[in-house]
Ligand binder design. Structure first.
Ligand SMILES: Cc1cc2nc3c(=O)[nH]c(=O)nc-3n(C[C@H](O)[C@H](O)[C@H](O)COP(=O)(O)OP(=O)(O)OC[C@H]3O[C@@H](n4cnc5c(N)ncnc54)[C@H](O)[C@@H]3O)c2cc1C
Length: 364
């Protein structure tokens, strides 16, 4: 596995349990923070349960989220019950739990290990290389997330497009009563930002915005937030009494929304490496876990020589299509209502049932 976050850990956990020898190469050292809204939709929970993490999530005080609020730039809000309760937990905590689950299942985790190149194919096997090491593998799973130099080296074309969107994130602390059981998405000029409580009374703030806004968020988040709060009383109320914890504002890699393909050469891609769903859906982490878990059965079949390379590729693509369904299309369709453009003017309290329907439609 290249990448040991959610998709990589879910794949490693299921594949190691199926009896394969699995090594996970992860460039970061866990725990580490990551730009993410931390909203874990209900579809993630059964996968995390199968990874043996149901009880640990509760023990780690993940916040239960039952309501979703969408707020326009002028402060007008739509609130709706979620189709099913979701959770909110920091990526520092969640990704470490997932990696530990993979380790418990028998996968070997190698942190601080950056993969620089992958050569080979499913017939001959692969050579995976880092700065001063090399290893051989019968199969490689790409779980390296939304953007990596590996995409370019494997000839993936999306990476040549000019990046237009970036994520930013910051943990806040303070009185967050108003956010109890709620995830809130505020439209901004140039994108949107989400707020939700995570463990230890902290509040996660994350936004997806244009490059210019991301630069401002990075250099002067306070100024950006107070300007937006000046236009939206709802944002001002949500931020009241909250202050940023120490440390820099995190910026993400470029975010190229859309499906990128579940195969890169002979590498089986899962999670964001296979496609980036718009974060407003709150389903990127669930998809990463679902795609990661789903790659294990066909891959175990291939390693046991029950499937040949072609059959593995087809089974992987089929499973990927089944899980993705129409989500990428629908998330693109609804995007204008969330991204602060003209369509977001149609967001009104009377639209709450439609918001609820949209939440269902972008899930399985
Ligand atoms: C602003 C924003 C807000 C979001 N909010 C939400 C939300 O609220 N809810 C939700 O469900 N989703 C959200 N998402 C999406 C979510 O973050 C992703 O869908 C999810 O992290 C995908 O998981 P993954 O395991 O595929 O990739 P990642 O979590 O990105 O993990 C990839 C891993 O691969 C490692 N890696 C990369 N390159 C290499 C290499 N060469 N060698 C070794 N390791 C490597 C990285 O260090 C990383 O740990 C949001 C995204 C953004 C940008």
């Amino acid at each position: 596995m290249i990448g040991g976050s959610l998709a990589g850990s879910a794949a490693a956990c299921a594949l190691a349990r199926a009896g394969a020898r699995v090594i996970v190469l992860e460039k970061a050292r866990f725990p580490r923070d990551k730009v993410c809204g931390c909203f874990l939709s209900d579809e993630a929970l059964p996968v995390l349960g199968r990874m043996g993490l149901g009880e640990e999530l509760r023990r780690n005080e993940a916040e239960t989220i039952t309501r979703f609020r969408l707020v326009r730039r002028d402060g007008i809000a739509v609130e709706s019950l979620l189709p099913k309760p979701a959770m909110s937990i920091s990526r520092g905590r969640l990704d470490s739990l997932a990696a530990k689950a993979a380790e418990r299942a028998g996968a070997r985790m190698r942190f601080s290990t950056t993969v620089l190149s992958v050569e080979g194919d499913l017939q001959r096997g692969f050579r995976v290389k880092g700065l001063d090491w090399e290893l051989r593998a019968r199969a490689v799973v790409g779980a390296w997330g939304r953007y990596s130099p590996l995409d370019g080296r494997l000839g993936r074309t999306f990476i040549r497009r000019k990046p237009t969107l970036f994520g930013f994130g910051k943990m806040l602390a303070g009185n967050s009563e108003r956010l109890t059981s709620r995830a809130v998405l505020h439209s901004l000029e140039g994108g949107y930002l989400g707020l939700s409580r995570v463990e230890e009374g902290r509040i996660n703030l994350a936004g997806l915005v244009t490059a210019a806004v991301a630069r401002r968020a990075h250099s002067s988040l306070d100024e950006l937030l107070s300007e937006a709060a000046h236009k939206s009383r709802a944002l001002a109320a949500d931020l009241e009494g909250l202050s940023p914890l120490t440390g820099p504002v995190l910026l993400s890699e470029p975010v190229h929304l859309g499906a990128h393909g579940a195969l890169a050469g002979g590498v089986l891609c899962v999670g964001d490496a296979a496609g980036v769903i718009d974060p407003y859906t709150g389903t990127g982490m669930s998809l990463a876990l679902l795609f990661g878990e789903a790659v294990a059965a066909p891959l175990a079949g291939f390693l046991a020589k029950d499937l040949d390379a072609d059959e593995l590729r087809h089974a992987h693509l089929r499973r990927h299509r089944e899980i993705a369904g129409r989500r990428f299309f629908l998330s693109r369709l609804f995007r204008p209502f969330f991204s602060g453009g003209v369509a977001s003017r149609f967001v009104s309290p009377a639209a709450a049932p439609i918001a609820c329907w949209a939440a269902r439609a972008t899930r399985a």
